[in-house]
Design a protein around this ligand. Structure first.
Ligand code: GRF
Length: 215
């Protein structure tokens, strides 16, 4: 099977990018990262890409006159690098229809809470402040609005009494670093099916066909 070409979009630390890199380097993910696109020039994730010899570029919103042009600039990078699957790994801006329609069922997002609870930029803090006993991580297909697309995988994370935001965040990130590469693996293996909002995971030897990610 050909290696899936990933475009990983980030805005900050890039610890999830690192988790993908590590899984690829360990030979446990049949993919390569063709490009890392950062919405911030000083994102630490760009350094991680450079350290592993991965092609990267910053595409900054304020350098473009509107959201459409910004998204077209992202799309150009994705297409120039022949990306098959777009992974939003801590990308803090809304990805537009320009990218979504070029990559149907091939843009996935990571969220640090159990959607549809606690959408938005502060999923971890919002869950902690609300007082839930269990929060978690969601990987879902991206759609036109933040954090609403069909759910691919979720896993729970317990909230301990007296957790600080940092302590909870550490536990959530650890789960993210497992869940995101696993979702990519399942997509790359053609083991994800989507019927409307319902997503199913096919067994390794299933006769059913999953989504096609590589072309
Ligand atoms: C993650 O918690 C992700 O869920 C959220 O932003 C954070 C990014 O972390 N959207 P990192 O840049 O991958 O370390």
């Amino acid at each position: 099977m050909p290696k899936a070409k990933l475009g990983v979009l980030i805005s900050g630390d890039g610890s999830n990018l690192q988790a993908i890199i590590d899984r690829i380097e360990a030979g446990r993910l049949n993919a390569e990262i063709s490009v890392v696109i950062s919405s911030k020039r000083d994102a630490y994730g760009l350094r991680r890409a450079a350290d592993h010899g991965i092609n990267s570029v910053a595409v900054v919103r304020k350098d473009h006159k509107n959201a459409e042009e910004f998204n077209l600039a992202i799309l150009k990078e994705l297409q120039d690098n022949q990306v098959d699957l777009v992974v939003l790994a801590g990308f803090m801006l809304l990805i537009g229809s320009e990218v979504l329609s070029a990559y149907p069922n091939r843009v996935i997002n990571l969220h640090p809470a159990l959607l549809p609870s606690f959408p938005g930029d502060n999923g971890i803090k919002d869950a902690l402040d609300y007082g839930v006993r269990i929060t978690g991580v969601t990987v879902h297909f991206a759609d036109k609005t933040f954090d609403t697309g069909p759910i691919i995988l979720q896993d729970f994370v317990p909230v301990h009494q007296n957790d600080s935001e940092e302590e909870l965040a550490k536990r959530v990130h650890k789960t993210e670093h497992e869940l995101l590469p696993r979702a990519i693996h399942l997509l790359v293996e053609g083991r994800i099916r989507r019927d409307g909002r319902k997503v199913s995971i096919l067994g390794r030897n299933s006769e059913q066909k999953g989504l096609k990610i590589t072309f």
